[in-house]
Design a protein around this ligand. Structure first.
Ligand code: PLP
Length: 428
């Protein structure tokens, strides 16, 4: 045994990011390893929402659109997120959900590609992509008279080593749509390399950063991507149902058009023109009225990530995250013989999560429920994966130790066999 609980306590004492945990309100009696699905509550949120509700909504009422700059909130929070993903101010807007943003971005990218070459009628994505991405891509393709082609990328080849994307793209490809960090396995793709592969074939590249933004270094300009979308309620800690974001490379600003032409994507919404004129650049990806309460909470969440900037920013978060996930893998290998690590073992190919499955005979859903009953919150992803996220802003090394301790207790005792743990809830 290489590690001890005392060693973990010492890692925490030396951790330069350790004090950031105080920016969150976390339950005392639980170890939260699901920040990849719903980020923890920033301690500032109740106060900020109280102010926005009581003063801005309650007292200042509709004038708040001007006096409290509600109308600019999607851009202000967008500029903050831009700092986390290698984008410039003005290039990224917070709006709608990731699913809806994907529909807008895919439609825009498809139209751009076909304008250049009408033979480009295919969206290429990955078979194991998050289902909403595939559903939306299929729906957009159907409306546009295009098609969706799914490829396989080997789990242990973050760089498309198996050539799944390379072999699929050709002069029929309009758009490649991929999620950088796979929700089920945590496998992380190389943004720059795969973007270059898409561009080499003459296609546009759309990235889904749902499991990346706020947890792993992303440089959209360095990768030379065309469009990106991302999620507000995972590592950005924006709260349940927080809006997502859209980024567009400025080279597409003049031409790109998205189909959900709502009034807030108009160049001058309060002119109440009968004719639609898109707002410049990514502002035109807005459609309807922004959700101000959700945006106010999301801004608090993004601020918790930006609070890491004096300590090394996303690079420091990433270093801690890989240390946490590597420790978890080491401890599971040592202490939980029935468990298999599904995530890539090479830290550079892994996001901020570790997924486990089991030898035959262990019900992973029940295992996750048994762990939850012992205060370790992870989640289950069908068909057979237990998923543990290690949000580096608030997860401690000692949490990793204690979580594996309880996991080992559950597997050794077969506590998961209790029938109450087999009852499936609607959300897993
Ligand atoms: C979480 C996630 C989404 C979420 O989409 P919503 O529209 O916010 O429900 C989309 N794509 C990926 C890859 C995700 O991980």
């Amino acid at each position: 045994m290489r590690w001890t609980r005392q060693a973990c306590v010492e890692f925490d004492a030396e951790d330069v990011l350790g004090e950031l945990r105080a920016l969150f309100t976390l339950p005392d009696d639980r170890i939260y390893l699901d920040g990849n699905s719903l980020g923890a509550l920033p301690a500032a949120v109740p106060h900020v929402l109280q102010r926005v509700v009581a003063q801005e909504w309650g007292q200042d009422l509709i004038s708040s659109w001007n006096t409290h700059e509600w109308l600019q909130l999607p851009q202000r929070v967008g500029d903050k997120i831009a700092r986390l993903v290698g984008a410039a101010p003005g290039e990224l807007i917070v709006t709608d959900s990731t699913s809806i943003n994907l529909a807008k971005v895919l439609s825009a990218a498809l139209a751009l590609a076909r304008d250049r070459s009408p033979a480009r009628t295919e969206i290429v994505s990955e078979r194991t992509n998050f289902p909403t991405d595939l559903y939306v891509a299929e729906g957009v393709a159907r409306l546009a008279g295009a098609s969706l082609r799914l490829v396989d990328i080997d789990i242990d080849s973050g760089s498309d080593g198996g050539g799944g994307v390379r072999n699929a793209v050709d002069d029929h490809t309009a758009v490649v749509l991929l999620t950088q960090v796979d929700y089920r396995t945590g496998r992380m793709l190389d943004l720059a390399e795969i973007t270059a592969t898409a561009h080499h074939a003459g296609a546009l590249m759309v990235w889904d950063l749902a499991h990346s933004a706020g947890a792993v270094p992303v440089d959209l300009h360095e990768a030379d991507a065309d469009f990106a979308v991302g999620c507000g309620y995972k590592y950005l800690n924006g709260g349940p149902g927080a809006p997502g974001f859209v980024w567009m490379h400025p080279r597409h600003a003049a031409e790109a058009r998205q189909p959900l032409q709502g009034w807030l994507g108009h160049a001058d919404p309060f002119a109440f023109d009968a004719d639609y004129r898109p707002a410049p650049g990514v502002l035109g990806f807005q459609a309807g009225t922004p959700p101000i309460l959700s945006l106010a909470a999301l801004e608090c969440g993004v601020d918790t990530v930006l609070a890491a900037e004096p300590f090394g920013g996303v690079a420091a978060l990433r270093a801690k995250s890989t240390a946490l996930t590597s420790l978890f893998i080491d401890l599971v290998d040592d202490r939980c013989p029935g468990m298999q690590v599904v995530s890539p073992r090479a830290a550079v190919e892994r996001g901020s999560q570790v997924s486990l499955t089991a030898d035959v005979g262990i019900d992973m859903y029940a295992l996750v429920q048994a762990l939850i009953s012992r205060g370790v919150i992870g989640d289950f992803r069908a068909p057979d994966v237990a998923r543990f996220g290690f949000a580096p802003l608030y997860t401690r090394f000692v949490d990793v130790w204690d979580a594996v301790e309880r996991l080992a207790a559950v597997t050794d005792s077969e506590a998961w066999r209790d029938p109450r743990f087999a009852q499936r809830a609607p959300v897993t």
